[in-house]
Design a protein around this ligand. Structure first.
Ligand code: TNX
Length: 766
C-alpha cells in the first residue's frame, strides 16, 4: 500500500512537473511540484541551524514582516514540526551557490552548500510564496506550494553594471538596485564611479575630486550632438561612509561590488580637479555633454601614476573585491601623440606607438594592484598593444575581444552591446529618449555567453556576463527601472539557468506574472514586449505594400483607422493592402477599451516604393532592418523617433543596391535618406554613384554604356535626417545605386580609427 501511494504521488508530481506553475526567474535547474500547500503562520518557527546564517535569517524575518505582517520566532532546535529550516550542508552539491529547497507536509527546508547558496534558496522562496503581499491589514498565514527544487548557477560571474557618472543616483536607490540584483540571483554589482561628466567617490587625499569633479555646470538636453543645455548645476558623490554602507549592504546579500575607476580615458572630471594630470595642463571642465573626449590622463608623467595609486589605495580600503575595474575603453591618443613626456616614455620603454603606451599604462597599474593582491578587469580595448598578464577582459564591442582574450587564456566577462546593453531601446516605438539601438527582451533572453568557436578549455575562461546600464539618458531612478525591467530578469536566466533548460516560451508564459509583481511593488518597467507588432512587406503586385499587425496577447482585438479616429475605424482581420501615401493608426482593444499605445505609421509613396530591390552587401547583423526591402518600404524615418530598426547599418561597407522599377519609367531625381551622427560612429557616405539601366538583359556592355551620375555629398537636413538628392532626368527600368562608405573614422572623433557606419533608411525615386 505504501509503495502504491508513493507511486501515485510520483505520478502526480511528474504530471504536474510537466507544467510548472511557479512565476519565478531565473528558472531553477530542477523543479518538482507536489500537491498541496504549506501554511506558514506566526506559530511557524524559523530554525537556523548554522550560526553563519543568523544574519540571512533575520533578513528573511524582516521581509516576511514588511510584506506579509508575519513575525516568525527563531529557534536553534532541530526537529520542530512545520518549521522553516535554514541549514548549511556542504554535502549538498559541490557547485558554489547550490541549494535545495523542499516544502512538504513536514515543513520547509533550505539547505545550501554555503551561506550564499542558502540566500539564493531564500530568494527562490520569496518568489514562490502564493500569497499576495499586504497593503494594510495583516495576514495570519502565507501559502507555499509543496515543491522540491534543486538548483545551482550556470556561471560564476553574474553581473549588473550602473553608471553613476553621467547621472548620479542616491544611496537609497543604489540599495534598491542591489535588492533587484539579489532577487534575480546576480552576484556582482559593477559600480562605474568616475566619468568625464562627474567623479562620484570621495577620495580623502584629493578633496578636489569631489569639490570640483563631482559637479558640472549644465547638462545637454536631448540626444548627443544637440546644442541645448539645461543651465542647471548638477552635482553628486558618495562619501566614504556611504560607500562602506553600500558595500556592506551588498555583502549582506552576497553581492560583490566591483568599483570602476576609469583610466586613461573618460577622466576629464579628474583633470578638471587636478589639471596637472593632463598632457596640456588644462584648464579642463567637467563635461556637460556625452561622447568620447580627447583629454585623458597624461601617460608621460610619473605623477599621474602616483595619483592613481593613491586613489586606488583608498578604493582598495573601501572595496574588498578581488577585482578592481580600471576602465581602459575609448581612450583617444591625440594628446599623447603631441606630448613630449609621453613620447619620451615611448622611447625610453621602446614602445611601438601610443597603443603600446596605453598597454604600458594599464600594465603598470595592473602590476601595482596585483602587488596588493587584486586583479584588474578592463574593457576590451586593453587587448590593444598587449594584455596585462593577469587581466580579465570585459568584452563590449561585440564578442571578438572576449574570444581573443579567452584564446590567450585570460578570463572574460561578456557584455556585448548587441545583447547586454540595457541602455538601448527595447521598443521599436520607444517614446522616451534612449541612446538608440534596439535590444528587445527576446534578444537578451536568447543570449549565449560562450561563443562556439572556443575550445572546451578556452570556454572555461568565460566567467559569465553582465548587463550594462549607461545613464546618459537615464536621469532619474524610475527611468533606470524602466530600462532594466524586464530585461535584467531575462538576463538572469542566461546567467543562472542551464542552457538546455532555458525556454523562451516558458519565460514568455511567466512574463505577465513577473510584471504584475513589479507593478505591485511600485517598480517601473517597460511593457514594450506587448507593443503591437507591425511588419511592412512587399505586396504581390510591384509598387504596393502589405501592412501586417500582430498582438502578442491573442485575447485582444486590433482596431485601425486612417484618420486617427478609432470610433470610425475598422477591426483588423488580415494584412492591410496599401497602394498610396497613407497614415494608419492601430491599437489593441478589449471590450471597447484601448489597451496598448496607439501605433501610428505614415507611408510615403514614390516610384521606388514596394518595388523589387537587392543588395550586394548585406547590412550588418546589428542593424539589419527588415532586409533590403526596408529601403523601399514607404517609411521615411525621422531622427526624433529614433527607430534605428528602420535603418540598414553598414559597418565599413558600401550600400550597393539594384532597384527594379518594374517598367521603363521617367524619373527626375533619386533621394537617399541617411543618418549623420558622428558621435555614434555614423557618417555620411563619401560619394554616390547611380547608373540608369534600360529595360533589357543587363549585360556588361549595356551596363558599361548606361548613363551614370557621380555625386559628392551636399546633403540637406530635414527633421534630423540627411537627404542627398541626385537630380537627373532619365528613362530607365533599373537603378544601380552605390553609396560609398566614409571609411575609417578620422582622428579626434569618437571611435577614431574604427570603420564608420553608414545608416540608410529610404531610397526615394521621383
Ligand atoms: C560606450 S561601453 C561606452 C560608454 C557609453 C556607452 C553607451 C564602454 C566601455 N564605453 O562610455 O556610455 O558606450 O552605450
Amino acid at each position: 500500500m505504501k509503495n502504491l501511494i508513493a507511486f501515485w504521488l510520483l505520478l502526480q508530481t511528474s504530471s504536474i512537473a510537466a507544467q510548472p506553475v511557479l512565476s519565478i526567474t531565473p528558472m531553477p535547474v530542477d523543479v518538482k511540484m507536489g500537491k498541496g500547500n504549506l501554511l506558514v503562520s506566526k506559530n511557524t518557527q524559523l530554525v537556523v541551524e548554522s550560526r553563519e546564517l543568523e544574519h540571512t535569517a533575520s533578513m528573511l524575518q524582516e521581509y516576511l514582516k514588511i510584506n506579509y505582517g508575519l513575525v516568525l520566532k527563531t529557534s536553534k532546535k532541530n526537529n520542530i514540526p512545520n518549521a522553516i529550516v535554514l541549514k548549511i550542508d556542504n554535502k549538498t552539491n559541490s557547485i558554489d551557490g547550490a541549494y535545495k529547497l523542499v516544502a512538504d507536509r513536514s515543513g520547509l527546508y533550505i539547505t545550501g552548500s554555503n551561506e550564499a547558496a542558502v540566500f539564493y534558496g531564500i530568494q527562490t522562496l520569496l518568489q514562490i510564496i502564493q500569497t499576495e503581499p499586504i497593503t494594510n491589514s495583516k495576514h495570519t498565514t502565507i501559502q507555499i506550494p509543496f515543491v522540491s527544487i534543486d538548483d545551482y548557477p550556470r556561471f560564476q560571474y553574474r553581473g549588473m553594471h550602473l553608471d553613476v557618472g553621467r547621472h548620479f543616483f542616491p544611496v537609497s536607490f543604489i540599495k534598491k538596485y542591489i535588492d533587484y540584483l539579489a532577487t534575480y540571483k546576480y552576484n556582482t554589482f559593477h559600480w562605474h564611479l568616475t566619468e568625464d561628466q562627474g567623479w562620484r567617490i570621495e577620495i580623502k587625499k584629493y578633496p578636489k575630486l569631489t569639490e570640483t569633479g563631482s559637479c558640472r555646470d549644465r547638462t545637454l538636453i536631448g540626444r548627443y550632438g544637440g546644442t541645448n543645455y539645461d543651465n542647471t548645476r548638477y552635482c553628486g558623490y558618495y562619501t566614504q561612509e556611504q560607500v562602506k554602507e553600500i558595500v556592506q549592504y551588498a555583502t549582506d546579500r552576497y553581492i560583490n561590488v566591483v568599483p570602476e575607476i576609469e583610466m586613461p580615458g573618460h577622466s576629464t572630471a579628474a583633470l578638471a580637479s587636478y589639471p596637472s594630470l593632463g598632457c596640456t595642463k588644462g584648464p579642463y571642465k567637467v563635461m556637460d555633454t556625452w561622447g568620447v573626449l580627447e583629454d585623458v590622463y597624461c601617460a608621460g608623467n610619473d605623477s599621474t601614476f602616483n595619483f592613481l595609486q593613491d586613489v586606488l589605495d583608498e578604493v582598495m580600503q573601501l572595496f574588498p573585491s578581488k577585482y578592481i575595474h580600471i576602465g581602459g575603453d575609448e581612450c583617444p591618443k591625440e594628446r599623447w601623440k603631441k606630448c613630449p613626456a609621453c613620447q619620451q616614455r615611448i622611447k625610453d620603454n621602446q614602445l611601438k606607438d601610443e597603443h603600446a603606451l596605453q598597454s604600458y599604462f594599464i600594465q603598470r597599474i595592473e602590476k601595482y594592484l596585483h602587488s596588493k593582491g587584486r586583479n584588474i578587469i578592463g574593457w576590451d580595448e586593453i587587448l590593444e598593444g598587449g594584455l596585462a598578464p593577469n587581466a580579465t577582459v570585459m568584452s563590449w564591442r561585440g564578442e571578438e575581444g572576449g574570444i581573443e582574450a579567452a584564446q590567450q587564456n585570460h578570463d572574460v566577462i561578456m557584455t556585448p552591446g548587441s545583447h547586454c546593453y540595457l541602455d538601448h531601446s527595447q521598443s521599436k516605438n520607444e517614446d522616451s529618449l534612449t541612446i538608440g539601438g534596439y535590444l528587445p527582451l527576446e534578444k537578451v533572453y536568447a543570449y549565449e555567453p560562450v561563443p562556439p568557436v572556443l575550445t572546451k578549455d578556452q570556454a572555461k575562461h568565460i566567467l559569465g556576463a553582465q548587463g550594462n546600464v549607461w545613464t546618459e539618458y537615464m536621469n532619474y531612478p524610475s527611468k533606470v527601472e524602466y530600462m532594466i525591467f524586464p530585461r535584467m530578469q531575462a538576463l538572469s536566466e542566461v546567467l543562472w539557468t542551464p542552457s538546455i533548460k532555458k525556454s523562451w516560451t516558458d519565460f514568455e508564459r511567466r512574463l505577465p506574472g513577473l510584471m504584475q509583481k513589479l507593478k505591485k511593488a511600485g517598480i517601473n518597467y517597460s511593457a514594450a514586449y506587448y507593443d503591437l507588432k507591425a511588419t511592412i512587406l512587399p505586396a504581390e503586385k510591384a509598387g504596393e505594400l502589405v501592412y501586417k499587425l500582430e498582438s502578442k496577447d491573442k485575447q485582444l482585438t486590433i482596431q485601425y483607422t486612417k484618420d486617427g479616429n478609432f470610433a470610425a475605424g475598422k477591426a483588423y482581420q488580415s494584412p492591410i493592402q496599401i497602394d498610396q501615401s497613407n497614415t494608419i493608426t492601430a491599437a489593441t482593444f478589449k471590450d471597447g477599451l484601448q489597451i496598448s499605445n496607439a501605433l501610428t505609421q505614415e507611408f510615403k509613396f514614390n516610384l521606388a516604393t514596394g518595388k523589387k530591390i537587392s543588395l550586394v552587401n548585406e547590412a550588418h547583423k546589428s542593424y539589419p532592418g527588415d532586409g533590403a526591402f526596408t529601403l523601399v518600404n514607404g517609411v521615411q524615418n525621422e531622427k526624433k523617433l529614433a527607430r534605428s530598426a528602420e535603418f540598414l547599418g553598414f559597418l565599413g561597407k558600401d550600400l550597393d543596391a539594384l532597384i527594379d522599377l518594374n517598367t521603363l519609367t521617367d524619373i527626375q531625381s533619386v533621394k537617399l535618406h541617411v543618418l549623420d551622427q558622428n558621435g555614434s560612429w555614423i557618417y555620411l557616405p563619401s560619394q554616390i554613384e547611380i547608373t540608369y539601366l534600360p529595360d533589357t538583359d543587363l549585360t556588361d556592355a549595356i551596363i558599361e554604356q548606361a548613363p551614370k551620375e557621380i555625386k559628392q555629398i551636399d546633403p540637406i537636413k530635414e527633421k534630423g535626417i540627411s537627404l542627398i538628392t541626385i537630380n537627373s532626368q532619365q528613362k530607365c527600368r533599373y537603378l544601380h545605386i552605390v553609396a560609398r562608405n566614409y571609411g575609417n573614422i578620422p582622428s579626434g572623433n569618437p571611435g577614431a580609427g574604427n570603420p564608420a557606419w553608414l545608416f540608410v533608411d529610404e531610397i526615394e525615386v521621383n
